[in-house]
Design a binder for this molecule. Sequence first.
Ligand code: C2E
Ligand code: MG
Ligand code: MG
Ligand code: MG
Length: 291
Amino acid sequence: KAKSSGHNKHAVFDPSLKLDLESRRLLLAELDRALVQGEFELFYQPQVRLADGLLIGAEALIRWRHPVRGIISPGVFMPTVNTNVIGEKVAAWVLTTACRQGGIWEERGQKLKIGVNLSPSQFKTGDLAASVMVALADSGLSPEHLELEVTENILLDDDDRTIETFQRLRNLGVGIAFDDFGTGYASLSYLKKFPLTRLKIDQSFVRALAPGTVDAGIVEYTIRLSRLMQLDVIAEGIETQATADLLHAMGCENGQGYLFGRPLSVPEFEHAFLAAAKCGRRKTGNGSLVP
Ligand code: C2E
Ligand code: MG
Ligand code: MG
Ligand code: MG
């Protein structure tokens, strides 16, 4: 994704993703090695209640800690991962690892909802609901503390089996968030069809939010829609206090963004957020939390 290109200064892989056959083959071989050698890592980004800044959750975001090239963003390698057989293995690793981490935090008394991004392949092969049940049982994470994030490319595959899988996950008590809401096709029909629990307002509408703008209209509409459908709502990409204040005034309950914290490694996240179990509203952007 173009939005992550800012973090890619260590990447040698063409971030435009128009890889030729040879670099694609090289990248795939590297990805296989990375998985075996444990170079993938989940970072966690805080999610807060806008009214008072209370930490309510953490989204797990994959990073590739490359031995030579440093930390590589998912926008560089996930498109390749997701369109190859390795995708299933990486997706399974993400689910297991995030649940395990969530289980550790839950055991320490943290009431955090762990957001896990699903990959398209997780619906096409295997039994996602069963995998989730195993991951929950193995980790001790409560279903209520797991939120799966799906994008429209997953929802577009709206056969009965996908809807049934969602229903089984919902019956377990697992949350399902509609990620990047408003950026794909035919969003509204999917809202009716799928048993979702939360809308994530895409950062493209949040970034330059100001009263009276088209973005503000879209955000207000999404908040109203979520209320009408009894869905939870969270805004992504909040970078300034003014944006957080405006969203709160519009009735948006929850937020995520650099203002509250960047995605951090587990030790960094624990240091920054779990010592006091509370995430105060930051007055000064991201500075203090960047490692
Ligand atoms: P996403 O799920 O929509 O995640 C939000 C992205 O926005 C993250 O980028 C996050 O670092 C970034 N972000 C958060 N707050 C701000 C902000 O205030 N300003 C700006 N400019 N950016 C912000 P990241 O970590 O590079 O991930 C990009 C995408 O890669 C994710 O978008 C998701 O679609 C995918 N992804 C990441 N981790 C995983 C994973 O474990 N599995 C799968 N299947 N996809 C993943
Ligand atoms: Mg997400
Ligand atoms: Mg998103
Ligand atoms: Mg996204």
